[in-house]
Design a protein around this ligand. Sequence first.
Ligand SMILES: Nc1ncnc2c1ncn2[C@@H]1O[C@H](COP(=O)(O)OP(=O)(O)OP(=O)(O)O)[C@@H](O)[C@H]1O
Length: 322
Amino acid sequence: MTTPTSPPLAVRASGLGRSFGDTVAVAELDLDVPRGAVFGLLGPDGAGKSTLIRMLATVLLPDTGSAEVFGRSVITERDAVTPLIGYMSQRFSLYPDLSIAENLEFFARVRGVGRSERHRRAASLLESMGLAEFADRQAQHLSGGMKQKLMLATTLMHSPELLLLDEPTTGVDPVSRREFWRILAGLHQDGTTVIVATPYMDEAERCTQIAFIDRGRIQNQGTPAQIKALVPGRLLEVIAADPRAALAALRTLPEAASPHLFGDVVRVLWQQPDDPAALLIPALARAGVPGATVRPAAMDMESAFAFLAESSAHSSQSAGAA
Ligand SMILES: Nc1ncnc2c1ncn2[C@@H]1O[C@H](COP(=O)(O)OP(=O)(O)OP(=O)(O)O)[C@@H](O)[C@H]1O
């Protein structure tokens, strides 16, 4: 029940599960997504993000549990759910020989959008996405970034209240990704709820909430700040003339957790009470990386993700060994 202190939910899933043969893709997952959220799904490849999104999009039936979108069941009320959602799958494709305007027209017709509303909506989306001057260009002649924007526009033609986006910007250049997220920010401001699976940590930072999924389960959930605060210890940057050699050396040091390259420095998590420089600099010199320096860095999502993925993998190994 909704109370004045609990915002109404866009999505509620309870015990939701789906297997493919022996592979458990989503495992009795519980999920609440507040209305108006930009909710990011993060997790390693094969974690179950696409399967979860497909079930919420009513294109895949769960084996167990239930899920509701704005209170309507994705299992027993699919016809009521589909008008409420816009789903952009990883395999979403446009008609290459149709123009931008014709693609919008086609997808809106399929969704049953009336003629005058189709024209009004197409004009407004083309304008807001900076596609108006290309309306007559065939989809096959668009850049990757423009194609993604057009796919999003077709998904929005029937004015869905919930957008389900499965890695919508994978393979798109950074400028187009930023532009795509500017559009999402506008939709968020207008009250649209967005659930987006993303492999990009800068995109995760832009979400109002994120869930870290592994092996079909939500391992952690919260705001980006809350997720970063889960990581114990401090984040350090190691600056060395040869960052790759420094990375290789740091990987052999148990005290330096989750080492990864960040630009031309190596970031590590430091969970020890001792002074990191006193241990790291001599250890790097012994490994053939002399003259390194160490400085503190603000915790970032990339490091938090690396830490959560490693701890999730360790806990599954210990569970398997038990
Ligand atoms: N149609 C299918 N048939 C068989 N196995 C499947 C099918 N769909 C997904 N799986 C398996 O279920 C697991 C979860 O896959 P899913 O695609 O949901 O993960 P994901 O987190 O979206 O990863 P990715 O980003 O790599 O797509 C994987 O082991 C995958 O191989």
